[in-house]
Design a protein around this ligand. Structure first.
Ligand code: ZN
Ligand code: ZN
Length: 253
């Protein structure tokens, strides 16, 4: 599996984009960044987007992506996967013909530009040949993380935004790569817990919950304002291969 990081930052600044991860050029994990990082041809490759939760930093590029599709009259229909609370927040508050056109009703050909697929936690479902399961995590709004397995058996776990959590770590199968969030430095632990996020110290406790150690642990969602401190604190974690994701970089899973 090839993972291309379109964005992995916990806030937006020049050079720092918000979360979106492109798998094998065609499945998007979260939609915080799309058009500012991908050419038109690359955008047309995306057919499916898995959304972790409704927060704007994880979905904000999707309405503009839909606009790009309709403007070029592409015969493209994208499917958004999410739990029902996430999808209803999206249709009620964003794609509501007020903040942005309702692209679940506007069609580029026969099908609407955006199709919504309601998923439930704990089940495995197929997305373009990949086996995907969603697990509830601990955030300020209903949120899930995903485990995605390709046909070759390689797997990726992405937590999305979460504070200390349990269920997603209980997978009986080995996961090859984990993308987990660390938003704040250790000195801001109270705020991290209150807002459903992790620090480096909290991360150590989360990693101890994983039964089979992954090959790679990749960190997403750091606040760029505290990046230096967060980097230092991640480096101090012993006996773990931890790497801070970089926007624009490509990783092999
Ligand atoms: Zn969030
Ligand atoms: Zn976020």
């Amino acid at each position: 599996m090839i993972l291309r990081v379109l964005g992995s930052s916990g806030a937006e600044f020049p050079g720092y984009s918000q979360p979106a991860f492109l798998l094998d050029g065609k499945i998007l994990l979260d939609g915080g960044t799309i058009g500012s990082r991908l050419s038109e041809a690359e955008q047309w490759m995306i057919k499916n987007i898995l959304i972790t939760h409704s927060h704007l930093d994880h979905i904000k590029a999707i309405p503009f992506f839909a606009d790009n599709i309709i403007v070029k009259h592409r015969k493209l229909s994208i499917t958004l996967y999410g739990i029902k609370q996430t999808l209803s927040a999206l249709t009620k508050h964003l794609l509501n013909d007020k903040l942005w056109p309702d692209f679940t009703k506007i069609s580029s050909s026969i099908e609407p530009v955006i199709k919504l697929k309601n998923i439930t936690t704990g089940n495995t479902f197929d997305v373009d040949g990949y086996a995907v399961s969603a697990y509830a995590v601990n955030h300020t709004v209903p949120a899930v993380g995903y485990i995605i397995k390709d046909k070759a058996g390689r797997s990726l776990l992405y937590t999305g935004d979460t504070g200390p959590t349990e269920r997603i770590w209980n997978t009986p199968h080995k996961v090859h790569t984990v993308i987990v969030e660390v938003s704040f430095p250790n000195s801001m632990q109270t705020l991290a817990i209150k807002t459903g996020h992790l620090t480096a110290n909290l991360l150590v406790r989360e990693l101890d919950k994983i039964k089979h150690p992954p090959e790679k642990i990749l960190i997403t969602h750091p606040k760029p304002q505290y990046l230096g401190q967060i980097k230092k604190e991640l480096k101090n974690i012993r006996n773990r291969k931890i790497e801070l994701l970089r926007d624009g970089k490509v990783y092999e899973i």
